[in-house]
Design a protein around this ligand. Sequence first.
Ligand SMILES: *Cc1c(COP(=O)(O)O)cnc(C)c1O
Length: 420
Amino acid sequence: MAEKGIPFTKKQIEAIISKYPTPFHIYDEKGMRDNAGRLTAAFSWAPGFKEYFAVKACPNPYIMQLFKEEGFGSDCSSMAELVLAERVGITGEEIFFSSNDTPAPEFVKARELGAVINLDDISHIPFLEKHAGIPEQISLRYNPGPLRPGNAIIGKPEEAKYGFTRDQLFEGYRILRAKGIKRFGLHTMVASNELDPDYFVDTAEMLFDLVIDIKAALGLRFEFVNLGGGFGIPYLPEESAIDLEYVSEKIKDLYDRKIRAAGLHPLKIFMESGRMMTGPYGYLVSRVLHIKDTYKKFVGLDASSANLMRPGIYGAYHHITVLDKEGSPQNRIYDVTGSLCENNDKFAVDRLLPEVTVGDIVIIHDTGAHGHSMGYNYNGKLRSAELLLYGDGSVKLIRRAETLEDYFATLDFSRLPKRR
Ligand SMILES: *Cc1c(COP(=O)(O)O)cnc(C)c1O
């Protein structure tokens, strides 16, 4: 099987491990910047194009700062993500607040920050008005239901909990217009980890057509459409990344033929990718603690699914490299496990690898999105550190590892009966 690249050598990572014990996630700064620049360049034709980095993929202020420097905003969906954006100095319309089943205080916070508010449901119009007031600009999230096929992670649109139906969308804009709102946006998010570039072209076309239909029905003019996130990444070595230039060119063609032709130019194009921006640039670095040979062969790591739960919950593939053994014959079959008391705590099942020995450094690829951020504390496992690796080889600790004190911080042991 083809190998996947790694932005550091064994010597480099050993020096890093001597300072920051395994396991940890390490992110390739240059890789993220190059990819961000590529997206911006691909859409340079689009008036007011903006990517709002979906914070949930990698909610670390240093990562958000990096994308801020690349001209991106933040796509937030919770109180903590809004506060993170605020702490990084990302405010106002640099924040896209795309939530669902939203608690009132989150709408209040989003309003306070001046974020663009994207509503998930028609009942949220009176809810927002009651709790936070109606802002001057608003966006609605469209769920095309049976009109679009879905995919494995997000499911079929008509079964997804997100968004307005088509009829509700028209009704929603009518209500908002009656309330005096003048600035409108339209949003959708119908796929996740989708690798077919034409899916995104179809999404753009769907939104362009809708903008034209709503203009015809209600006379509303839109400031932007937000195509959502969902750009897939090549988790498998034989997959390839989405050709952004192709997607951009096709969308430009549609823009000219539909939006310009309908006299609706300028219409800004927004995106809110998470996975594509950080996923391929993160690596979970761990060490082999045990090799076990029973009915199957097991490689036991010092990382667990508390550090990366995607394989456990979605059966997701994450490529694994045994450092310094890339050239060895991949002729052993292992389950690669962590130490949780859960049998789905496996990074890989029946994976072909070179012969692994205790002490080997194992790199799990593509952990930059929904990796550390989906981490949890089951079995009292502590969350790992996050490191940022720069192009010159230097490293910055951007989140320290948790300690037992962190884990126990919400407990008050003093109320236990006195021990004699
Ligand atoms: C998760 C999410 C995103 C980002 O999705 P990716 O698949 O990481 O690109 C964007 N918008 C919304 C509303 C989301 O829920």
